[in-house]
Design a protein. Structure first.
Length: 311
């Protein structure tokens, strides 16, 4: 074993071995891969060996698309027996998740990924044997959501038993940034139950994820300022951020509307009571909407600033 090398790779999983192979194929220098046990000893060797392209992250979907081409020609490129069997893949979602599914599919279509939306009857036409499996899968999705709600509720009980205060007492200081405690636990309940407030928090998470992708793109452009692809990726990520931010603002507005409707229903039964429009939930939604508008304005200002620099 050489004691010196030009490139050292730690970890003999699918990523480490792939990096080592491609670097060696490009003859970039002496490449050494270190693995403390044996190749594929970690998560790579324990995976379900599923090759799929249906991801919600554009970069991950593009990587999976390129990886698929390698698996399709694996025997020709690397020798040995074939390792890939084309079977197709069906993903089951609830009707309430359809909008998110269609957003993901639109991105995948832009990449050239063959993905189609089917109703249960069409899936049964493709494979009649899947009808029973489809019913079981739909039931399983519902069970998992119920389990998520139960776990989130149990988390709330644990936080209260630990003596944590009511989250609304200090809602607007750290509720959005709190990763632990009762505030976060109750947010998880709202998200699991898919309430309007829960959907708004999910929309906020989508903005943060989009911001992360933008940060990576900006780091790429900073390293390669003359790279047109990097510049285009920054522009795409900025627009994705803005779209997510607008949806976030709208989601909080819808949550406010839902909470006001609750107040109106209460007044319809018990008479006029201004207090029903000043509940902790409404305050939470208004704080969320204000936070969302700040994020949206900041992203728009960044886009406008870049446009001014180019001009």
């Amino acid at each position: 074993m050489p004691v010196t090398c030009d490139i050292l790779i730690v970890g003999g999983g699918v990523i480490g071995t792939s990096i080592a192979y491609h670097l060696a194929a490009r003859r970039v220098g002496r490449v050494v891969l270190l693995e403390k046990s044996y190749l594929g000893a970690g998560s790579s060797g324990k995976s379900g060996a599923i090759v799929r392209q249906h991801y919600s992250n554009r970069l991950t979907a593009a990587m999976a698309q390129k990886s698929l081409r390698v698996f399709e020609r694996f025997a020709d490129q690397f020798g040995g027996p074939p390792v890939f069997t084309r079977t197709g893949m069906a993903i089951i979602v609830n009707d309430r998740d359809r909008a998110g599914l269609e957003t993901n599919m639109a991105m995948q279509h832009e990449l050239g990924i063959d993905v189609r939306l089917l109703v249960p009857e069409e899936l049964a036409d493709i494979d009649p044997n899947d009808t029973a499996a489809l019913s079981a899968a739909i039931k399983r999705v519902a069970e998992l959501q119920d389990r998520a709600i139960d776990k989130a509720m149990f988390n709330v009980k644990c936080q209260k038993s630990a003596g944590n205060e009511d989250p609304f007492a200090e809602i607007f200081g750290n509720r959005f940034g709190d990763s632990y405690g009762l505030a976060r636990a109750e947010i998880l309940v709202q998200r699991a139950e898919e309430t309007k407030i829960g959907l708004a928090y999910t929309a906020r998470e989508n903005v943060l994820l989009a911001r992360d992708q933008l940060t990576y793109a900006q780091q790429w452009l900073a390293k390669e300022p003359g790279n047109a692809a990097a510049r285009a990726e920054v522009a795409r990520c900025q627009q994705a951020c803005l779209t997510a931010a607008v949806k976030n603002t709208v989601a909080w507005g819808m949550a406010i509307g839902a909470e006001y409707k609750i107040g109106k229903d209460v007044e319809a039964h018990y008479g006029r009571n201004p207090a029903v429009y000043d509940t902790p939930q409404i305050k939470e939604c208004k704080a969320g909407e204000a936070d969302a508008k700040k994020m949206e304005d900041a992203i728009q200002a960044e886009i406008d600033g870049n446009a001014a620099v180019k001009a």
